[in-house]
Each structure stands twice: as C-alpha cells, then as structure tokens.
Design a protein around this ligand. Structure first.
Ligand SMILES: Cc1cc2nc3c(=O)[nH]c(=O)nc-3n(C[C@H](O)[C@H](O)[C@H](O)COP(=O)(O)OP(=O)(O)OC[C@H]3O[C@@H](n4cnc5c(N)ncnc54)[C@H](O)[C@@H]3O)c2cc1C
Length: 441
C-alpha cells in the first residue's frame, strides 16, 4: 500500500497540471500526479486538430520562467506546444511523479479531512488533498437541432485533420476560434464552407504591423484602453463590417471570449466562406437558416464550445453554474478543505504567463492551509471576497490581484489565523463511497 496521506494528488498533466506540479515541487510540497492519457501535454497532445496554432502569442503563452525556444514562431503549432511541455517536464524533472493511463473516477472526502481517490482500475488511495487540473475543453456542448440531417454531424473536438473536410460541403456552427479555424480549412480543402453564427462576432486580427495583437494590447493598461486599442486595430485592418456583409457585433469587445482570426474575413472576400445566421432546422441534406435561406451540406461541424465538468466528483462538490465554478480565489471552497478547482476560467491572454504568476501563490496558500483548520475559501469569504459571476477573466485584474496578494500575504496569514480561531470545530463532512456496482463496471 502506497503511503500517500501526506501528499496532494494533481489530476491532469496538461499545461496547467504541469505548471502546478513544478510550483509544488519548488515549494517542497509532496504530491503525486496522474493523467488519464498515455502521455503528458493534455490538449496539446490529444485534444486539438493537427493544424492548430495558438492564438495568443508565444510571449504570453509560455511559462514566464521557461521561455519557448528562439526558433519558435510567434504562434507555435500544436506540435511545438507539445514539444515545449515535454521539455518543461524534463527540465524540472516532473516525470518521476507522473503516472499515465491513470484515470480518476471518484474523489470523496473521508474522515480526518482526508480524500479518497478511486482510479478506473479499481485502486483506491488516500490523499491529503486533490488539485483538479482536468481541463475544460473536452465535454462537448452541442446545439439542439430541429429536424433530421442525412449527412454527418460532429463536434469541433472530433475534427482532427483537413482530410475530414476534403471535397465536402461543410457547415460550421459557431463564432469562436475553433469555428473560424475549421471554416477556413474547409474554405481551402472543402467543396463549400459556410459559417453559421447566432450573432456577429468581433474578428481581431492575429497580428498588426507585424506584431501579435496579444502583445500589442498590454494587460497592464486599463480595460477601456485595451478595448479602444482592439477596436482601432480591427478598424484599421478590416474596416467596416458592412464590407463583409455582416452586421456589426452588438456586444462590447472582450465581453465574450475574443475571436482572433484573419482568415475568415479573408476568405469571405474571396467568396470561399459564406456567413449565415442561426440554423432554424435540418431537413434531409438541407439546412434552413433563420433568414429563410436553405443550403445543402455533407458535414456539419458544431464548434459550439464545452461544458466545464467534473464527472469524478459527488453532487455535493459540483459547484459549476453555467461555465463558472463557484469557488473563492479562483480555486478554493468555503465548506471543504483539501480540494482545489484549477484552470476552469477563460482568461484573455495566454495560459503560461497566468500560471507562472498564479502557481507560486497557490503553493503558498497550500502551506497556509496546513497552518489552519478551516478551508482557505472561508478565509477569503470572511475577507469580503465574492464568488465569481463569470468564467471570463480580464488578465489585468488577475495580475493586479496576484501582485496585491504577494504584497499583503502576511496580512492574509494573520487574517486566516483570526478567522480560524472562530471555527475551531470545522471538519470536512465525509461523503458516501462510490456504489460497488459502478466500481465493478
Ligand atoms: C483549439 C484550441 C486552441 C487553443 N488555443 C489556445 C491559445 O492560443 N492560448 C492558450 O493559452 N490556450 C489555448 N487553448 C486552451 C488550452 O486548453 C490551454 O492552452 C491548455 O491546454 C489548458 O491546460 P489544462 O491543463 O487546463 O487542460 P488540458 O490541456 O485539457 O489537460 C487536462 C489533462 O487532464 C487529464 N484528465 C482529465 N480528466 C482526468 C481524469 N478523470 N483522470 C486523470 N486525468 C484526467 C486529461 O487527460 C488532460 O491531459 C486552446 C484550446 C483549444 C481547444
């Protein structure tokens, strides 16, 4: 039997899981790490199409303390990203703590504020805490369609290579980054490419004057100035939406996760992508749109996003509302200690710079959690922190808050001990074990 009660378990060895592992290792916090897949890298290993390139620039996507190789382009490919994460894991000797092909199927609090983790092969281990880095780009969200379609319907998650689109009449549903990538690929290799958007989106060019736009819009300037810069760049690059036969988007830029794409406007201008409004119904090989127009297709790709999901948690620990996880400080619950939800929010910008700033602070909070009896989330609540209302995050706010936390960490420690003294009887409420039936399946 492995002795794991003094350790945390990190679920997931994708970008965020690896970043957290490095931070725990540096802080001398004992941990194990598991991943359901047969290799590390998460999405960049098994989750994205082979032609994917990041949309945030390499500069803001790399871990700040581990730059990507000089020969990488401004927008590295999925393979570049995967190689980079492998070098990161090797450089910081993270592999020795990682077990692959190790899917977690159930996590529950037990007596003594410990956590029982059940793996797919039936093995169970007891941990001091569980750090959930299972990603949020895997639980497919599909639209509800009226009618029947004779062709094939897939989710963008199931799109892996251009051959799937080759010679086909393709309808892509959605206005996000994946939708635009797939529509542009269909414009190149398909017989037809139609993009159906419920509403017009702001297309932000990936570069302006030869520089990645995500490097031009500085996170440290006020949000209104970030928006103004983005509008100006869009206007100077694409001009008016009328030029593309599209209505002007009716939301403020950044009120939705940004779409960074030059190719869709480019292919609209070449007549290789046509934009349509929302789908009204499917009818054999035809699709009817809400403007009454109809077209025939072979393939529908639903680039309609993902649910944030924790299938291995009991209902009492399901805190997802919409796409937002109701936890304090981005990760902490007020009523359970030892469970942490990471990487569920959608921050503008690149993942690495955010993880580099957040992970060392998270490690300090784990150490502080050891000093007190109550959950860190309760401390944040008593300090007046609100639960998040949205999964969208302005990186400016995140970096500013993290700076403040660093600056005033001693005060937070003091407050944590004060609040702790008021709840001396706190204990995690144990939850029931997984039904034997499920375990034997
Ligand atoms: C097409 C596309 C383009 C993107 N472009 C960008 C970009 O430009 N910039 C950017 O910053 N981000 C981008 N992203 C977001 C991307 O998801 C993040 O960069 C990053 O991969 C998130 O890392 P993660 O560790 O949270 O999740 P993941 O990479 O999804 O890793 C989660 C890991 O957890 C494992 N896991 C899940 N459940 C279990 C379980 N029950 N037991 C054990 N292991 C489990 C999975 O196998 C996986 O390896 C893009 C995403 C997509 C889909």
């Amino acid at each position: 039997m492995l002795e794991t009660t003094h350790k945390h378990l990190i679920i997931g060895a994708g970008f965020i899981g690896l970043g957290m592992a490095e931070s725990l290792k540096t802080a001398n916090i004992p941990y194990d790490q598991v991943d359901a897949s047969d290799d590390i890298g998460g999405n960049w290993y098994h989750g994205v199409y082979e032609t994917a390139h990041i949309i945030s620039s390499r500069k803001i996507t790399q871990f700040t303390h581990f730059p990507m190789p000089d020969e990488y382009p401004d927008f590295p490919s999925a393979k570049n990203m995967r190689d980079y994460l492998n070098s990161f894991a090797n450089y910081f000797s993270l592999r020795q703590n990682i077990e692959l092909n190790r899917k977690v199927i159930y996590v529950r609090p037990i007596d003594e504020n410990l956590w029982e983790v059940t793996f797919e092969n039936g093995e169970q281990r007891i941990y001091k805490g569980v750090i959930i880095c299972n990603g949020h780009h895997w639980s497919k969200r599909f639209p509800q369609f009226q009618g029947e379609f004779n062709g094939e319907i897939i989710h963008s998650k199931d799109y892996k290579a251009p051959q799937q689109l080759s010679g086909k009449r393709v309808l892509v549903i959605g206005g996000g980054n994946s939708a635009c990538d797939v529509a542009a690929e269909a414009a190149r290799v398909g017989a037809k490419s139609v993009l159906s958007m419920r509403e017009s989106v702001w297309f932000i060019p990936k570069t302006f004057v030869g520089v990645p736009v995500s490097d031009l819009i500085k996170w440290w300037v006020p949000e209104w100035l970030q928006r103004f810069t983005a509008y100006l760049i869009i206007l100077l690059t694409f001009g008016s939406y009328k030029n593309y036969g599209l209505p002007k988007p009716n939301y403020r830029i950044f009120d939705k996760h940004p779409t960074l794409n030059n190719e869709v406007p480019y292919y609209i201008k070449h007549g290789r992508i046509t934009c349509k409004p929302e789908v009204r119904r499917l009818d054999g090989e035809e699709v009817e749109f809400v403007d009454g127009s109809r077209e025939s297709f072979d393939l529908i790709v639903c680039a309609t996003g993902f649910h944030v999901a924790y299938p291995f948690l009991a209902p009492e620990l399901q805190r997802v509302e919409g796409s937002t996880v109701k936890c304090y400080g981005g990760s902490f619950l007020e009523d359970y200690k030892g469970i942490y939800y990471l990487g569920w929010s959608q921050a503008r910008g690149g993942v690495g710079s955010l993880v580099s700033a957040f992970a060392p602070i998270f490690a300090r909070f784990l150490k502080l959690q050891d000093e007190i009896n109550i959950p860190m989330g309760l401390v944040f609540k008593e300090m007046g922190q609100q639960l998040p209302k949205s999964h969208l995050e302005d990186p400016q706010n995140i970096f500013r808050e993290l700076k403040l936390v660093n600056l005033f960490f001693n005060r937070i420690v003091k407050k944590a001990h004060q609040v702790d003294s008021h709840y001396s009887n706190f204990r995690n409420i144990p939850l029931s074990p997984l039904a034997k039936k499920v375990l034997s399946n």
